[in-house]
Design a binder for this molecule. Structure first.
Ligand SMILES: *[C@@H]1O[C@H](CO)[C@@H](O)[C@H](O)[C@H]1NC(C)=O
Ligand SMILES: *[C@@H]1O[C@H](CO)[C@@H](O)[C@H](O)[C@H]1NC(C)=O
Ligand SMILES: *[C@@H]1O[C@H](CO)[C@@H](O)[C@H](O)[C@H]1NC(C)=O
Ligand SMILES: *[C@@H]1O[C@H](CO)[C@@H](O)[C@H](O)[C@H]1NC(C)=O
Length: 261
């Protein structure tokens, strides 16, 4: 399954090498200005005028949930993810041969083709495969991130995606993003708007559904970032409490994160 998805997407994606433009686009002056994706239905409010796109990343990690009992509704209790720079792959960037569809498929490709880049308690659960339970994806609570975090390779035809930062929660409602510089950026934000992901989005390794697209705004403590969008989500929704049982669980997900400041 994973291999099939990977091949399908790889065929959409290739770096132009025939014409002598190698990977590692450097022509920033000719690069297009990325436009926030649309769900095709109700969309999040556009970035405020005057803000500029500081970083464009794909995140890969887990969404955490807890169930009080087996008839309750799962409550979101945070997330952990590793972020990789995808700005250099944006369609239209000189030297990069990627379609918009290929670019939009990156989060699904990452979810289904890449090992979870976290320090999982059961490292055997890291490689992507259709899984049965939220319980297998628990990360080490004291040291959840790998050190160092390797760059992400999506195959021989694309430049490796550089490790760009980490995402964690300070409390259940305060997601934080630390982005590698220079200059280092910090987003300490809270959810202000959410809309449903498009119906065709992947329902993820647990076949539970796709987390919403979000607009998150600074709640104090940010540095260089005012708004964060989570878009083009893949997977991440919880199992129902009768399936997961009481207690906490983690669901693999991927998404694009757009940082404006
Ligand atoms: C761009 O990628 C497409 C699809 O993989 C391929 O058919 C085409 O030849 C590539 N173009 C260049 C200039 O490499
Ligand atoms: C499960 O938790 C919910 C929410 O706290 C509560 O309303 C319900 O009574 C509980 N059910 C059982 C069977 O304990
Ligand atoms: C999510 O749960 C994992 C255990 O699976 C834990 O390591 C991590 O600290 C939790 N993160 C948050 C933000 O709740
Ligand atoms: C969570 O953190 C934010 C930002 O630090 C703070 O404003 C908020 O009061 C905290 N919420 C809780 C429930 O502790």
């Amino acid at each position: 399954m994973a291999a099939k998805v990977w091949l399908a997407v790889a065929s959409l994606v290739a770096v132009a090498s025939a014409n002598g433009c190698g990977p590692g686009p450097k022509g920033a002056e000719n690069s297009p200005t990325p436009t926030l994706p649309s769900t095709g239905a109700t969309d999040l409010p556009a970035p405020d005028s005057g803000l500029v796109l500081k970083k464009l990343t794909v995140g890969h990690g887990i969404q955490n949930y807890t169930c009080i009992n087996s008839t309750a509704t799962p409550a979101a209790i945070g997330a952990l993810a590793v972020l990789y720079d995808i700005m250099p792959l944006y369609p239209g960037t000189p030297g990069v041969n990627i379609t918009q569809a290929g670019f939009d498929a990156i989060s699904t490709t990452v979810l289904w083709s890449q090992s979870l880049p976290l320090n999982l308690e059961k490292q055997s659960a890291a490689p992507p495969s259709a899984a049965l339970s939220e319980s297998v994806f628990a990360a080490d609570p004291t040291q959840p991130f790998l050190d160092p975090v390797p760059d992400l390779s999506l195959g021989p035809s694309l430049p490796p995606l550089k490790f760009a930062g980490i995402h964690f929660f300070r409390n259940n409602t305060n997601p934080v993003f630390k982005l590698n510089g220079p200059p280092d950026l910090v987003a300490s934000v809270g959810k202000k708007f959410s809309v449903k992901a498009p119906a065709g989005a992947t329902t993820g390794l647990l076949n539970t559904g796709t987390v919403d697209w979000l607009r998150l705004e600074d709640v104090g403590g940010s540095d260089g970032v005012k708004i964060v969008y989570r878009v083009v989500t893949a997977g991440g929704s919880p199992q129902t409490c009768d399936v997961s049982g009481p207690g906490t669980g983690s669901v693999p997900y991927s998404a694009q994160y757009w940082f404006y400041g």
